[in-house]
Design a protein around this ligand. Structure first.
Ligand code: FAD
Length: 276
């Protein structure tokens, strides 16, 4: 249970930031779903819901998603439905249920860099940057690795509008559980981007697999079954796959191969369709 000593609901980012740095233990509230899982006392709770951070904006070259945008908003967005084969909405659609998805936020998720996150894996398959209010703009990859150097507010994520095709795959023991493994694949022209999350470690790019796929694809503009097999072998060796209550390292390696094969078949099909 959460025990909140003082509660504020600032109406601007600057005001929220001043509260955040005003005392040790000051805590931002996103959807509060994850915060609420533990028992803790928060000396100062900063509710971001009035700070103007709930938006999905389409600019000429980018889509911006504000930190207080919920997964429910992502699923219902007509803008996002037009891009990247709706990967963002599809990545969150199996998370627990509608009520939870209408609470949980982009900011709380991305700032926390959860290893199990489905949304982060999908976001990482796109050309995504993270805007922190004080520290500025970072590549998502850098942010996932390093995190924030100091207390800050995740203001928005910025996604480049390019023509990539993208698909998301995940394996769960049961509906509503965390993924045992998730994987996103994107194709832009002849180039592939592969991200694997819930290993159970944080989502990471599979550079060697991508390099292999790029070379193979250049040869025939498709993947033979032996190339798909070889890509799976490379993937299962290049990233670390751990064991926990949801699955062993060996099981995750096998899953990675299967999810990769399915994702590549789908993404190359989608890319082929858009050329016709
Ligand atoms: C029961 C349950 C099951 C779940 N299952 C899944 C699942 O299967 N797959 C999956 O991907 N996710 C799952 N999640 C996680 C969920 O999708 C969100 O990622 C998570 O709840 C965090 O979002 P929130 O808005 O609730 O954050 P909060 O709980 O409000 O905050 C989390 C942390 O982020 C900080 N924070 C919040 N907003 C900001 C901001 N703008 N800037 C900086 N810091 C901020 C808070 O201070 C806090 O430390 C689950 C969550 C719950 C509660």
């Amino acid at each position: 249970m959460l025990n909140i000593k003082e509660y504020v609901a600032p109406t601007s980012l600057e005001e929220a930031y001043q509260y955040l740095v005003s005392q040790k233990g000051a805590t931002l509230l996103g959807g509060c779903a994850y915060l609420n899982l533990g028992t803790r006392t928060i000396p100062l709770a900063i509710d971001l819901s009035k700070a103007g951070l709930s938006f999905i904006k389409e600019e000429n070259d980018y889509i911006e998603i504000g930190a207080m945008t919920t997964f429910g908003d992502i699923e219902q967005s007509k803008v996002l439905a037009h891009y990247f084969n709706n990967i963002l909405a599809l990545s969150v659609s199996d998370i627990v249920g509608v009520q939870l998805r209408n609470l949980v936020t982009v900011g709380g998720t991305v700032y926390s860099r959860y290893g199990f996150s489905d949304f982060i894996t999908a976001l990482h398959a796109l050309d995504t940057k993270v805007k922190l209010y004080k520290q500025g703009i970072f590549d998502l990859e850098y942010f996932l690795e390093k995190g924030s150097k100091e207390p800050d507010i995740l203001e928005k994520v910025i996604i480049k509008k390019d023509n990539r095709k993208a698909v998301f795959k995940a394996m769960r023991n049961s509906h509503g559980d965390y993924a045992i493994l998730n994987l996103a694949a994107a194709q832009i022209g002849d180039k592939f981007r592969i991200v694997v999350g819930a290993r159970p470690g944080r989502a990471a790019l599979a550079y060697q697999t991508m390099e292999y796929l790029n070379k193979e694809y250049l040869k025939n503009q498709e993947f033979t079954s032996s190339a798909l097999k070889q890509a799976g072998e490379i993937l299962s060796e290049e990233l670390s796959f751990g064991s926990n209550g949801r699955g062993s390292s060996e099981y995750r390696k096998e899953l990675a191969k299967v999810l990769l094969r399915k994702a590549l078949k789908e993404v190359t099909y989608l890319a082929g369709q858009s050329e016709n």
